[in-house]
Write a protein that binds this ligand. Structure first.
Ligand code: ATP
Length: 238
């Protein structure tokens, strides 16, 4: 179980996270929905140790606090982040990016099998192992980012708006792959503005507004929740 308890985060005087408590069980897929600036990226960064939290906050993995763990040690605990903007190394090839993902100690055993799994999930990467990542399309780069995170052998994989800027057909392909990742037992924590596709892979979800969790429900119920539609500026959420 990965959870945050009363997680608060400030940027100067701006309270970006206000007492956020969420949980993701092993193998569960959870989506955080919310409009621009709701605090979704900040939540993933705080769990990843990339930002420091306010007093009284906690992040726990299997009941043990991991708050304050340095960011490079978070993957060792079995938590991987695919950040917004992907964070891939453009001047390295696909296979070099994937190899870098296998750096944590927990990733050493089974590395070759995991590599095969990623090429099976994303056949386009298998065809382009030697290609420099900066010459690839946005969708392909997102596949590299997800593949690299999976190479760390995570128990929990966090993804920050994986659909951002991608064509609908590529988004469908990516989420198809995420469904298969979910079937391997990895817990997924997904931050998305694309309500329709993200709830289709999720078990549960939370709605964030101005740094607070304002709703929690099954993914199916969130899809038709008026508060979700409201959060997305009155657009149709489904
Ligand atoms: P988006 O979908 O637009 O990325 P988000 O829900 O992920 O939005 P965050 O990026 O977490 O939201 O930002 C939450 C709030 O914190 C916003 O008001 C944002 O302007 C502010 N913020 C984020 N990062 C910083 C920073 N490094 N310094 C100051 N303020 C920040």
């Amino acid at each position: 179980m990965l959870e945050t308890r009363n997680l608060s985060l400030r940027y100067g005087r701006h309270l970006a996270l206000n007492d956020v408590s969420i949980r993701i069980a092993e193998g569960e897929t959870v989506v955080i929905l919310g409009a621009n600036g709701a605090g979704k990226s900040s939540l993933l960064k705080a769990i990843s140790g990339l930002t420091s939290a306010e007093k009284g906050s906690d992040v726990r993995l299997d009941g043990q606090s991991i708050l304050g763990t340095r960011p490079h040690l978070i993957p060792e605990a079995g938590i991987a982040l695919v950040p917004e903007g992907r964070g891939v190394f453009g001047d390295l090839s696909v296979e070099e990016n994937l190899a870098l993902g296998a750096n944590p100690k927990r990733a050493r055993a089974g590395e070759a099998d995991r590599n095969d799994l990623i090429y099976d999930l994303f056949p386009r990467l298998a065809e382009r192992k030697k290609q420099l990542v900066r010459t690839m399309s946005g969708g392909e780069q997102q596949m590299v980012a997800i593949g690299r995170a999976l190479m760390s052998n995570p128990r929990f994989l966090m993804l920050d708006e994986p659909s951002l800027g991608l064509a609908p057909i590529v988004v469908t392909e990516l989420f198809g792959a995420l469904r298969r990742v979910k079937d391997t037992g990895v817990g997924l924590l997904l931050v998305e503005q694309n309500v329709s596709i993200s709830v289709s892979v999720s078990d549960r979800g939370y709605l964030m507004e101005a740094g607070r969790i304002v709703g929690e429900n099954s993914a199916e119920a969130l899809k038709t929740d008026p508060a979700v539609q409201q959060a997305f500026l009155g657009g149709t959420a489904a």
